[in-house]
Design a binder for this molecule. Structure first.
Ligand code: NAD
Length: 743
């Protein structure tokens, strides 16, 4: 083995063996995963040149020095390309577009250079291989993947509003059949190594320790340094688009996409266009087509906002953007969970899954043990799906200790209470826990409706008291809302954020208010549906319009999940606390009728706005609902307006939370809205939705809606002021203001 002269790179090492095969190992210093940056592209370009120039080198194997192969392109790089374009657009629109087009083509050109270098390249995929990294692999002449469980292969760009724009659409559609190719790219789904092999996207799947030898063997066996599409007479699998099979696929494809996305994701449609148009032309022309569509997509609000919220902001929040800097990181040695019911049981499970020992307390040991059994069920499922081994499952469960004795919390760093939503019950639990809790340990409440400041009045140490609000199902929902009471201190916030990071969820930190952030917005969504029902909009149109607006679940369906009697309870509590005028009497009448007259409580009792017949039959809207109010004819209802009403009422509520100082960072409102209740992800979240159309246009829309549908659509003072000043949320509440000042 010799280190060739070309081995002095920052992000790669290159070692050439006695057979003349260069092993190029991508291993970026100080990073947990490899990503494509400008510097990485420069170095890879130099390596390709060196491999070509060195007569002693027969071919190259590229792999990763990390446990994953690579996460793909650095999205901050893509975001900065977009920002550059925006800056230059005003002065020189054509020049700016050309510049963006050239930048976009850089990666495409580099990968094509590997493909046409004249020497064979093999990509040895040792772990997760995403986006641009898989596009690079597709440009190699051989692809070989390890069969390790950790290997996931995907082109997930569509999930952040872009698409595989470095040759991915052209190569995948020339290797796999068109239907699988479209499915993979328009959903961004992950493939196992075996599935990638079955789709013809990798050539071999081998044991992890055989990866490099097998990759080198491909070259020794005479791997031809020519891509199939560069061979004369190449035909795409299935014969391209002028075949009977293609005649079945292509007319249906845009319709299927529209059914799945309601036309809200321009990048997904661009994938279809790239493949359809690209398969009719020579490969290099196909690459140009892809480059043009990619340039176009990069200029959309959807791409900009999705990259910002779903990638950059989400990462920043997960890394503790809101964490107080003066407090040392807490390694949680033990967490207590009090209340082993629906929420507590799952909170204990996710905590144990993060490797933290948990004491799970309920009123008696039977109830606590029952709570642990929920974890047992989840572990069994994970073992069944191959996500955990038997040993890992057993170790996870061994970390959950059921108990009925508060004394077992004496060495906990953090206790989370998830007992009944009742002030008196919570008061008793707070007192019982604090009687044993060591100094400096933090008490967190998972309450969904009771303000934290009020609950903290029962605490002897309100500075160590905080809200940590989970969403159901806890093991699936990625968001956690962290709520600061008036007296909550920095240490409590730091510990809560360290805990949320340990269980790998994304936190949003909000100030105390009724409903916090997420539920305030969610109830606006549901209440707008009540208004529509009362106006006589057919229930099915309400549900469909919400989905067409980009919401994952219709509001009536969501209310069934949340429980209609819980809505009733919340409405009643609001009346008790704030008076009759605080709720809409018509809403109250509707919900009382559902619950008191018809016992329709939601999915939990099998009847809500929907009927829930025994499986496999599907749920369907309850026909009687249509008899509640005189029904409008479908043609009397403007679906576009229904869509706007849903998005605007939620966004307006989010704007109110900013105005009231509940949410202080626009990133949190955006990320919280997408992770918490699936707010139309293509918008980038509630505030990006407003910024995207411009505050002035949003205010005008609010004015129109309030004239027609009620005062709850009235734009607020803050919005009117921002409209007058031409401001955006990300400008006025700039999350990076402090860093900019410091710089
Ligand atoms: P649940 O009724 O399923 O569970 C409550 C558990 O607390 C029960 O096991 C009960 O035995 C136990 N408990 C009651 N009094 C106790 C005491 N004095 N000491 C010890 N244990 C006691 O309720 P849940 O749905 O899990 O809700 C728990 C909390 O989580 C509530 O504050 C609720 O508002 C909040 N929350 C619920 C959801 C949800 O979707 N259900 C979502 C977020 C937050």
């Amino acid at each position: 083995m010799r280190k060739s002269p070309m081995s002095t790179y920052t992000n790669f090492t290159v070692e050439t063996d006695a057979d003349g095969i260069a092993l190029v190992t991508w291993d970026m210093p100080g990073k947990s995963t490899n990503v494509f940056t400008e510097a990485v592209m420069d170095e890879l370009n130099a390596i390709v040149d060196a491999v070509v120039a060195d007569g002693a080198v027969k071919g190259a194997v590229i792999t990763s020095g990390k446990s994953s192969f690579s996460g793909g392109a650095d999205l901050s790089m893509i975001k900065s390309m977009f920002s550059l374009y925006q800056q230059e657009k005003a002065a020189n629109p054509d020049g700016a577009a050309q510049k963006l087009f050239d930048l976009v083509g850089r990666m495409t050109g580099l990968f094509r250079k590997i493909e046409t270098s004249g020497k064979p390249w093999v990509s040895a995929i040792n772990g997760t291989c995403m986006g641009g990294a898989f596009e690079m692999s597709l440009a190699c002449h051989g692809r070989i993947a390890s069969n390790a469980k950790s290997v996931k292969i995907a082109l997930p760009e569509v999930k952040v509003g872009i698409f595989p724009g470095a040759g991915g659409t052209q190569r995948v559609s020339r290797l796999a059949d068109a239907q699988s190719a479209l499915q993979m790219m328009t959903t961004g789904q992950s493939l196992t190594a075996a599935r990638a092999r079955a789709m013809n996207l990798v050539h071999q799947v081998v044991e992890p320790d055989q990866l490099i030898p097998a990759a080198k063997q491909m070259i020794k066996d005479g791997l031809k340094p020519v891509a199939p599409w560069d061979e004369k007479g190449f035909k795409a699998p299935g014969g391209g688009i002028w075949t009977p099979a293609a005649a079945q696929l292509w007319p249906a494809a845009p319709a299927i996409l529209r059914r799945e996305t309601s036309g809200n994701y321009p990048a997904a449609l661009a994938i279809l266009k790239c493949v359809y148009e690209g398969l009719q032309v020579p490969f290099d022309t196909g690459l140009k087509i892809e480059q043009r569509y990619f340039t176009e997509i990069l200029q959309t609000n959807e791409a900009f906002s999705m990259i910002r919220s779903l990638f950059i902001s989400m990462q920043e929040l997960a890394k503790g953007a809101r964490r107080p800097t003066g407090v040392a990181k807490t390694e949680l040695k033990k967490v207590g969970v009090v209340g082993a019911g629906f929420m507590g049981a799952s909170i204990a499970y996710v905590t144990a899954a993060a490797g933290i020992p948990v004491t799970l307390i309920d009123r008696d040991i039977e109830a606590a043990t029952k709570g642990k059994s929920v974890g047992e069920g989840l572990v069994k499922d994970s073992i069944g799906k191959g996500r955990l081994t038997q040993d890992e499952g057993a170790a996870l469960l061994s970390r959950i200790t059921p108990s009925a004795d508060y004394a077992d919390l004496k060495d906990a760093d953090l206790v989370i209470e998830a007992v009944f939503e009742d002030r008196e019950v919570k008061k008793a639990v707070i007192e019982a826990v604090e009687a044993v809790l060591p100094d400096g340990a933090i008490f967190a409440s998972n309450t969904s409706t009771l303000p934290i400041t009020g609950l903290a009045k029962n605490s002897k140490r309100p500075a160590d008291f905080i809200g940590v609000h989970f969403f159901s199902p806890v093991e699936k929902m990625m968001l956690t809302e962290v709520i600061l009471g008036k007296e909550t201190g920095d240490k409590a916030l730091a510990v809560a954020l360290d805990y949320v990071a340990a269980i790998k969820k994304t936190p949003v930190v909000v100030n105390d208010t009724r409903g916090f952030f997420v539920n305030r917005c969610v109830f606006r969504y549901i209440h707008e549906a009540y208004d529509m029902l009362i106006e006589g909009v057919p229930p099915v149109m309400i549900e469909n319009a919400a989905k067409m607006a980009g919401m994952p679940v219709g509001p009536l369906s969501l209310n069934d999940e949340v429980a209609i009697d819980l809505s009733q309870k919340i409405l009643k509590a609001t009346v008790a606390d704030l008076g009759e005028a605080a709720v809409d009497a018509k809403h109250m009448a509707l919900i009382n009728k559902m619950v008191d007259e018809f016992d329709r409580r939601g999915r939990k009792n099998g009847k809500g706005f929907y009927d829930y017949p025994a499986k496999p039959a599907k749920k369907s809207l309850w026909p009687e609902l249509k008899t509640f109010y005189p029904q409008k004819k479908a043609e009397e209802v403007d679906v576009e307006v229904l869509k706007q009403r849903f998005l605007v009422t939620i966004a307006l509520e989010a704007a109110r939370t900013i105005e009231e100082g509940i949410v202080t960072d626009p990133r949190e409102a955006d990320v919280g809205s997408i992770l918490g209740f699936g707010f139309a992800p293509y918008t980038g979240g509630v505030l990006s939705y407003i910024d995207g159309m411009g505050v002035k246009a949003f205010v005008a829309l609010c004015d129109r809606l309030s004239a027609a549908y009620g005062a709850h659509f009235k734009p607020t003072a803050l919005l009117k002021d921002m409209a007058a000043q031409g401001e955006t949320f990300y400008g006025r509440f700039d999350p990076y203001a402090k860093e900019k000042e410091a710089a």
